[in-house]
Design a protein around this ligand. Structure first.
Ligand code: ZN
Length: 137
């Protein structure tokens, strides 16, 4: 595996900093609108439901199911060449939000829609710049 610091990193800004900082601690957080109550993902400056800017971070238990997925065999950055294939999955979290995330799986060919997944252990945050998931045992 390439050194984790060879990978491109997301740039933190005032909107996504809470999300990125939480993941560095191995936690998954989503925004919740304090006006209408919906969960918001990806991080945004305003609620897509009511346009309120009154958003707060809420921690997710990090459990969900795969809606759809793809296996990437040609990454757009050489830092990922040693990790192929990479599974990128649309994941429906139990609390209702849907996100796109990497699924780290020892058997990428075994991934199926409907598969139960959970947030990777906190130690994974050192090697992956964005939240990742693993199959539930
Ligand atoms: Zn709202």
């Amino acid at each position: 595996m390439n050194a984790p610091d060879a990978r491109p990193r997301p740039r933190a800004d005032r909107v996504n900093r809470g999300y990125l900082d939480a993941w560095r601690e191995g936690r998954l957080v989503l925004q919740r609108c304090l006006s209408c109550g919906i969960l918001v993902f990806y991080p945004r400056p305003m609620c897509p439901g009511c346009w309120s800017t009154d958003l707060t971070w809420t921690e997710s238990p990090g459990r969900g199911t795969v809606v759809s997925f793809t296996r990437i065999h040609r990454p757009n950055h050489p830092a990922f060449f040693d990790e192929l294939p990479i599974v990128l999955a649309e994941i429906a979290l139990a609390e209702g939000a849907v996100l796109l995330a990497r699924l780290v799986c020892p058997e990428p060919e075994a991934v199926t829609s409907g598969m139960a997944v959970q947030l990777s252990p906190a130690a994974a945050a050192e090697g992956h710049p964005l939240p990742t998931f693993v199959p539930e045992p």
